[in-house]
Write a protein that binds this ligand. Sequence first.
Ligand code: SF4
Length: 433
Amino acid sequence: MLSAKFHTFGCRLNHTETSSMAKSLADAGFSLVEQTNSLADVHVINSCSVTNQAVKKCKQLIRSIKRNDSNAKIVLAGCFAQSHLADAMSVPGVDILLGNVEKFSLADYLKDYAKNSEATKVVDVKKIPAGSFMVNSPPTRLTKTRVNLKIQDGCDFFCSFCIIPFARGRSRSRDIDNLLAEANLLVSKGFRELVLTGVNIGLYQNKGVDFMGLLAFLAKIKGLDRIRISSIEPTTIDESLLEEMADSDSKIVNHLHLPLQSGNDIILRDMRRKYTCHEFLDFTQKAVSMVPNICIGTDVIVGFPSETKDDFAKTYRFLDESPINYFHVFPFSIREGTVAAKIKFKENQAEHKRWAKSLRTLSSQKWRLYYIKYIGEKMKILLEDEVAVNLWRGYSSNYIRVLVAGENLANKICQVEVTNFDDQFNALKGKLV
Ligand code: SF4
């Protein structure tokens, strides 16, 4: 029996896809190696090309695998192969190179490769087809209480900095019947929370069902407690989603992650984003007034080429004053082939680093303030894992991490009274009530 080890870079979607790829290899008779630093016959790298850093780390990983075991076979799959084929082909040590569609037939490629007596390099990276898609090897192991459900792939928006439309093609949606079959299967296996995943999931559209229609179908699944929307473009949703979230019986949790990218209209225009700061703020304010206790997170890019000190100061002020509770900060990364790659930088990298640091500090402060508001409150927590003996960690519907003492609480939803903030685990702590 051959062993295979998976290495994943990048976003939640890529991790979800790795689970499907791993399941297909397990079904084909491979043993999966999960421990870090252990050897395997085949190493599969599901790559990311969103930043230069992700590509650099991918190349470093391949070098280190080959250093430890020169006989190991390497499969390089996913976004790096798809969007920068010539560069990916030049990486030494790669045996099989697969694009974002071909990677789902990994087991077949490995079988063919084993028969290939001359062991010549295999390269298969085709243009991503339009139209709906199916997922044939959904992950089925109950490892946690919540699980990602891929509903969509690709993007039509072509923001000026983003390589994703080149790496994952145009927007396309998963076949609704195939999607609901997996959702039902996952719930029957014991998962209580589904996290809807994709590149631009608000564009979901299949057989006359749009994103809101899909939520309605998923909400009907018996035994499912929570539906979480991973990250959604602000222009693809409207108040109807907020109305749905505001309903106390709704399974759609009161948590939104809306990528802002910049709190400055000039930079938003240069980024080719589809909204103004005022529109974004207006929507988040509505969300706060309509949906009790909603948590709102966002992504911000710092160091966009045309961004000046004054532009950044506006973004900082916008985030400071907005009702956003936390932000993920990404330094701008030049991606060849994008419009932004041609824009000249107005500030230097040292300045960009200072900006990123200051925004991360602001995010931590806002996040902590949001958390400590709940001290003394009672919350329903879906408990996931035991972080120390008889100490369980879980999440509220609005994505607050809470610790509680108890026995055998995995996958249980418990009422918890919050008592304090625990610095060691960066979480709230409470007691069962
Ligand atoms: S919406 Fe913009 S940033 Fe998001 S995936 Fe599409 S092109 Fe990239």
